[in-house]
Design a protein around this ligand. Sequence first.
Ligand SMILES: C[S@@+](CC[C@H](N)C(=O)[O-])C[C@H]1O[C@@H](n2cnc3c(N)ncnc32)[C@H](O)[C@@H]1O
Length: 290
Amino acid sequence: MPPTPAQGTAATVSTSVISPQEYDTFRRFLEEASGIVLGDNKHYLVTSRLNRLTEEFGFASLGELLEALRQGRDRRLQERVVDAMTTNETSWFRDGYPYEMLRNSILPELAQRKVNPLRIWSAASSTGQEAYSISMVVHEFQKANPGALPGRVEIVGTDISASVVRQAREGKYDDLSMARGLSPERKAAFFTDSGDGGWVVRPEIRARTRFTELNLLKSYALLGRFEIIFCRNVLIYFSGELKRDILDRMAQVLNPGGYLFLGGSETPSGYSRAYEMVRFPEGVVYRKKD
Ligand SMILES: C[S@@+](CC[C@H](N)C(=O)[O-])C[C@H]1O[C@@H](n2cnc3c(N)ncnc32)[C@H](O)[C@@H]1O
């Protein structure tokens, strides 16, 4: 009788399901490497994503891949595994209100304070939509208020995943991504048709952005200081202890009076005393206490 795919043979890759013990070991690895806490019921997800990498890296079984991870000698394997386990879900102008608040309330205040340079950090930037949306708002603000922001504006996008950072740098999107949150006016104003089914962010929007790999568990010292941090829809994956650590360390790179944008279901309350909640007409944001 031919072997079932689950049994495999000496010559083929086994697509076995992860055992409870292997799952626990993997959970510990992932949390140490990225902060991401896997729930108790993600066996199927882990199995399917790791089986793909088992094949790609030429291991005979999932067990072999896990053993190689445990030994920790192959950095590329570790990076690819973390990459495979991250959720990169994002969209243009996600949730709307942070970008309205930026344009109507925060940029006018920073312009009045003559902040220069104005540096903004998109701390889990995924494929770049968040950082480019910020850059579009800055562009629109500058056009409507010539000279109000006379200094340099820089938007730094960072993410743990090398593949999304590459995509963000490329600044090229397919029709499906373009359909998520972008108005026809902004699409016409800020993108050019690449001619091969893609849309490329225009140079004047890209010019004030840069993207680099950064694990939020590691030091932020090389990034410099910021007036605004967008850290949206990533803290939800971390333990309370890590949330506390990340929020406190972000406060250290925020200038006094600087703003922190979190995702709709995220809050510093209960984790960090470095921020106060500020309510603008568009919604809530957190400000670093002086
Ligand atoms: C759901 S996306 C959010 C993207 C964007 N901020 C938004 O709100 O649309 C979460 C991102 O966090 C990144 N991420 C997960 N763990 C990370 C870590 N330890 N350091 C940096 N980025 C991380 C993932 O790679 C992913 O791109």
